[in-house]
Structure formats: structure tokens, C-alpha cells
Ligand binder design. Structure first.
Ligand SMILES: Nc1ncnc2c1ncn2[C@@H]1O[C@H](COP(=O)(O)OP(=O)(O)O)[C@@H](O)[C@H]1O
Ligand SMILES: [Mg+2]
Length: 590
């Protein structure tokens, strides 16, 4: 089950800004510079229409071509100045945005690595991928084209209004009469857009989650000829995404049209007002000069441009807000598997114990119900039992991939929760049932548990685990491993996984024997590799092969989350209980 995703932002704009401010600690000075640059930019932009007005009144109307040229020169100078400041400022903001994405992404990935496995049980991978890629990107847009330039826009709007009122109060009042209606309308659009963008985000993350799952399960999809079902499911989510997007686009277009209409009406009102006031030199005894009127209309045209962008930007900010909210919710996800304040040393000299351990996955049914077991140093214990009794769960509890929900697991009488998880994981290596190799070289994969292992050591371990010819066949230690080791056979992957565990060289090995069947030759090699890994170590083995079981010092039969029978092979056979029945079943089937 996947937990629902937050769809409506819980963050306020102020908290979002605070978050970004924290994210940008090393770049605050640049950010401030970027914002401060808006002051000269605003002054230059506000003054431009006035220059046109002067050129008309002083130059053309005064029949003074020298003045015209002079004002044209000033205008050109302002244009150049503005381009320079605007370009530099835009570049600065883009760079800051990129920087913010980078730090956010690194932080989120580091965070993900610290989260308990239980968290990943409830989260589709695609959703997490969306967080780390798209959502961070969306936050960066705030810099490149969103929130920061909003500051500039607001400065410009205020500057223009002030300028208009200085030039002519009556005309200003007339021209800006549309403003209240504009503000109300924009508020309405803003609210709708916020909801629409939130839906877009949710839909894109669902789409990614499905795509990710279908792609990683491609072989099953093809094997079961579920192609059309997969396509239908993806299509459904694709439709949901497009329709969410359609609404957002509709609102966006609506805002443009709305602001455009307001701008045209403002110009019409200005012209009407001018005809009432009268224009000097055009009508008799006009109160206005033609230069002022032209400057006014030019300024109005400029005035509405950022307002149109303003709504565009608010939608962008809404979408960034939703994204930031998701990022914060991931960032504040509790890290439950933590090192205690003063961790006890992780040493193993005596015994690994399970004291009345109980466990359940999340809110699921209890899996372990009071498991008690002692594994002495040097002992090799086989865990057997029906599928679903919780054997693999035991394997996951020892390295604290999950924490017990009752009782405790101790190593030398120290609760493993009192140790630093990293130290604990150096003490134990778990070889899971399903082998996972990473994309990269064979060497990188083998070194996973011991980054400093020398080439000699790797080859030694590979030889011991009968994996040396596997490595040779795949181009040596530098040989490529594809994603999940898809270019290797099942047996080869298992041999490499055993080698990887041997390289890590832990005192305690928890091995979940793979059940997938391989040919007899590989089987023989796997057993030898396993034997090599276990030699001289303490081990708990979830065993399926009779030959493995027989080589253990003690056999523990689990049933229904508890230990039901315990003893040597011979003891349990003579007891003639469940174990004996299990062995009978195995013998008769092979
Ligand atoms: N990640 C998980 N989330 C929820 N339930 C799980 C998870 N892993 C295993 N289980 C459940 O726990 C029970 C025990 O599983 P497991 O330990 O893998 O059994 P075994 O290895 O003995 O076959 C099963 O009922 C299984 O469905
Ligand atoms: Mg299992």
C-alpha cells in the first residue's frame, strides 16, 4: 500500500522562502546582489517613457531637432544599460537556481539513504524519483523565472504608479481605475491555478511511479502478455496528467486574455480622459501636453506586461510551493534507525541472541511472535520452515534493516539498537535471497562492503568462491555489470554476491539461501563458495538444500513466527516431528 501523497501545500510562502534561504546559505550575498540590481533596473525602465515624452514636447513640438537627437541618445543609452543589467542579473539568478537544485538533490538523496527500509515499503519508487528530480527542478525555477523577479516586477509597478502620479494626477486616476477589478480577478485565477498545479504534480508523480514499475517488471509484463493491460494503465494515468495540465493551461491562457483586456480598457479610458481634459496644441486650451499623453500610454503598455507575467509567475510559485512541500515532507521523514547518542561498542566474542523477538511490517499482521534463539560464536545454525514463516524477516532484523517491534536482539548482551548501525553492519553481513548487483564494473560490485580491498584480495576471494572464471568471462575486474546485473546469469550473480560478502569479511554471516534452481555444476560451485564464506564464521543460514542443512551444527525449525523444534539433524529426525516430515518431503521430491 502506498501512503497518500500530500496534494495541497501546507507550507506558507514565507516558510518556503525561509527554506530556500537556508538552502542558499553560501550564496546569500549573490542572492542579495541579484535582488538589489532590480533598483537600477526599475529606475531605468520607469524613466524610459518619460524620455519619449520629452523628445516629443521639447523636440518635435518646439521644432528643435537637436533636442530630439539628444533625447534619442539618452533613450539608446538607457536601453543599453538596461540590457546589460538585465542580462547579468538573469544569469546570476539562473546560476543560483542550478546551485539550489544541486544542493537540494544531494541532500534528498543522502536523506533517502538514511531512511529505514520500512519507509520504502510504503513509497512507490517513481514517486521518490519525482521528488529528487522534478520537484527540485521546480523549486529552482523560482530563481530563474519566478519569485525573485517578482520582487523586480513589484518594484517596477510601484515605480511606474509613482511616476504616473507625479506626471499627471487626474490622468493617473482615470487610467488606473481598472486596477481594483484586476486585483480581484487575479486573486480568483491564483486560487484556481494553485489547485490545478497541485493536481498536475500529483498526476505526474503517479505517472512516473507506474512507468517505473512497468519498466522494471518488463520481462513479467511481456511473459504474461500483459502488454495491453500495462498500456491501459499507463494511458489512464497519462490522461489524468494531461487533463490536469489542460486545466492549468486554460487558467494560464485565461489570465493572459484577462490582463490584456484590462490593459486595453485602461488605454481607452486614458484616451477618453485626455479628450475631456484637452491636449495642448491639439485641442483649444488643453491642459495636457501631447508628450505627456504619449508617455502615459507607453508607460501603461509597459505597466501591464509584468502583471501578465505576474500571474504566470504566481502559478509557477504555486507549483514550486507544492514541490517544496513534498521536499520538506521527505526531508522531515523520521529516521528511525539511528545511532544512539553514546553508542555501545559493537564487538562479537560470545553470542548473538534473539530474546522473545516479535515483529510486524508496518501495520501488517505479526510475523514473528516471540522468537528466542541463541547462536554461539563459531556456530552454524540452519533456519528452516515453511514459506512465509518469517525466516527472511529474521535475516533483515539482524543488520537492522528493520527494528524489532518487541523483545530484543543482542550481540554479546548488547542490544543492537544501542550500537552504531554502521558498526553493527560491519559485524554482520547479510546475503539476501535475491541477488542484487549494481550497474558498474565487477570490481565496484565486489568492493561494495570493503571499498579499500586490494585487487589481490578480490581475486583471492573470487577464486575461493569459484567466481574467478565468471570474472574472466566478463572481461576481468573491469568488466561491465548492467543494471541489476542483467547481463549475468543467475548462478553467476549468486557467485559474485557470495564473493562480495567474503570480501567484506564479517564475523557474522546471515545467509538467505537462494531458492532459484541452477544446474548441478553451478549448484556445486555455489555450495563450495558458500562453504568458503561460512568457514570460521558464525552463521545463521536460511537453508533450503538438505546438504546445507546437514552441514550445520544445529537446526532450528520455525513455525508461525516462533521456534518449534531445535537440535541436530539426527535429534530432530528421531523426534519425528515437523522437521522429519519436511525432510521426507524433500527426499521424495528430489
Ligand atoms: N516488506 C514487507 N512488507 C510487508 N510484509 C512483508 C514484507 N516482507 C515480508 N512480509 C510478510 O512477512 C511474512 C514473512 O515473510 P518472510 O520472512 O519473507 O518469510 P519466509 O522467508 O519464511 O518465507 C510473509 O507473510 C510476508 O508476506
Ligand atoms: Mg524467505
Amino acid at each position: 500500500m502506498s501512503a497518500p501523497e500530500p496534494s495541497a501545500p501546507k507550507l506558507t510562502d514565507a516558510r518556503l522562502l525561509a527554506l530556500l534561504w537556508r538552502e542558499l546559505t553560501p550564496y546569500r550575498a549573490l542572492l542579495i546582489l541579484g535582488v538589489v540590481l532590480y533598483v537600477p533596473l526599475t529606475i531605468v525602465s520607469v524613466v524610459q517613457p518619460l524620455v519619449i515624452g520629452f523628445a516629443i514636447d521639447d523636440g518635435y513640438r518646439g521644432n528643435n531637432m537637436g533636442a530630439v537627437l539628444q533625447w534619442a541618445g539618452v533613450f539608446m543609452g538607457l536601453v543599453v544599460l538596461r540590457s546589460l543589467v538585465e542580462g547579468g542579473q538573469g544569469l546570476l539568478m539562473q546560476l543560483l537556481g542550478q546551485r539550489a537544485v544541486r544542493t537540494l538533490r544531494t541532500r534528498l538523496f543522502a536523506k533517502l539513504q538514511r531512511l529505514p527500509l520500512a519507509f520504502f515499503d510504503t513509497q512507490p519508487l517513481g514517486r521518490l524519483m519525482t521528488r529528487v528530480t522534478n520537484d527540485t527542478e521546480s523549486v529552482a525555477e523560482l530563481f530563474s523565472s519566478g519569485a525573485v523577479s517578482l520582487v523586480g516586477d513589484i518594484l517596477f509597478l510601484i515605480g511606474t504608479v509613482v511616476m504616473l502620479f507625479i506626471v499627471d494626477v487626474k490622468l493617473s486616476l482615470a487610467a488606473l481605475v481598472v486596477l481594483p477589478a484586476l486585483v480581484v480577478g487575479l486573486q480568483w485565477f491564483r486560487r484556481r491555478a494553485r489547485e490545478a498545479f497541485s493536481r498536475v504534480r500529483t498526476a505526474v508523480s503517479a505517472l512516473n511511479a507506474t512507468l517505473q514499475e512497468q519498466l522494471s517488471g518488463m520481462s513479467i509484463v511481456q511473459l504474461f502478455a500483459r502488454l495491453s493491460t500495462a498500456e491501459q494503465r499507463l494511458e489512464r494515468e497519462n490522461i489524468a496528467y494531461t487533463s490536469a495540465n489542460k486545466e492549468a493551461i486554460f487558467l494560464d491562457a485565461g489570465i493572459y486574455a484577462f490582463v490584456d483586456a484590462a490593459s486595453t480598457i485602461a488605454v481607452a479610458i486614458t484616451l477618453t480622459a485626455a479628450s475631456v481634459l484637452g491636449v495642448a496644441g491639439v485641442t483649444v486650451d488643453g491642459a495636457l501636453s501631447i508628450g505627456v499623453l504619449v508617455a502615459f500610454i507607453d508607460a501603461l503598455g509597459r505597466f501591464f506586461m509584468p502583471i501578465r507575467e505576474l500571474s504566470n509567475k504566481t502559478t509557477m510559485i504555486q507549483s514550486a510551493l507544492v514541490a517544496a512541500d513534498r521536499i520538506v515532507s521527505l526531508d522531515t521523514e523520521p529516521e528511525t534507525i539511528l545511532a544512539p547518542a553514546s553508542p555501545k561498542p559493537a564487538v562479537f566474542a560470545h553470542a548473538l541472541r534473539f530474546n522473545d523477538v516479535s515483529f510486524r511490517y508496518g501495520e501488517g499482521p505479526p510475523v514473528l511472535k516471540g522468537l528466542t534463539l541463541t547462536v554461539k560464536k563459531g556456530e552454524r545454525v540452519a533456519l528452516v520452515g515453511h514459506t512465509g514463516t518469517g525466516k527472511s524477516t529474521v535475516v533483515k532484523l539482524v543488520p537492522r534493516l528493520y527494528d524489532v517491534t518487541g523483545g530484543q536482539i543482542t550481540i554479546d548482551d548488547v542490544d543492537i539498537r544501542d550500537m552504531d548501525p554502521r558498526a553493527l553492519r560491519r559485524l554482520t553481513t547479510a546475503v539476501p535471497q535475491e541477488t542484487f548487483l549494481f550497474q558498474g564494473t565487477i570490481q565496484e560490485n565486489l568492493c561494495f562492503g570493503a571499498p579499500d580491498a586490494s585487487v589481490d584480495r578480490l581475486m583471492q576471494a573470487a577464486k575461493a568462491c569459484c567466481a574467478d572464471d565468471v570474472i574472466a568471462r566478463h572481461g576481468g575486474l573491469e568488466g561491465r555489470v548492467n543494471e541489476r546485473g542483467q547481463n549475468l546469469s543467475l548462478g553467476e550473480r549468486q557467485l559474485l554476491a557470495l564473493t562480495r560478502a567474503l570480501v567484506a569479511d564479517p564475523p557474522i554471516v546471515i545467509l538467505d539461501e537462494a531458492t532459484a534452481s541452477v544446474d548441478r555444476e553451478t549448484e556445486r560451485r555455489l555450495q563450495k563458495a558458500q562453504e568458503e564464506l561460512l568457514a570460521g564464521r558464525t552463521a545463521v543460514i536460511v537453508a533450503h538444500r538438505l546438504s546445507t542443512i546437514e552441514r550445520c551444527d544445529r537446526i532450528v525449525l520455525m513455525h508461525d513466527g516462533r521456534v518449534l523444534e531445535e537440535g541436530t539433524h539426527a535429534e530432530l529426525m528421531s523426534h519425528n516431528g515437523r522437521y522429519a516430515a519436511l525432510v521426507e518431503l524433500q527426499r521424495s521430491s528430489s
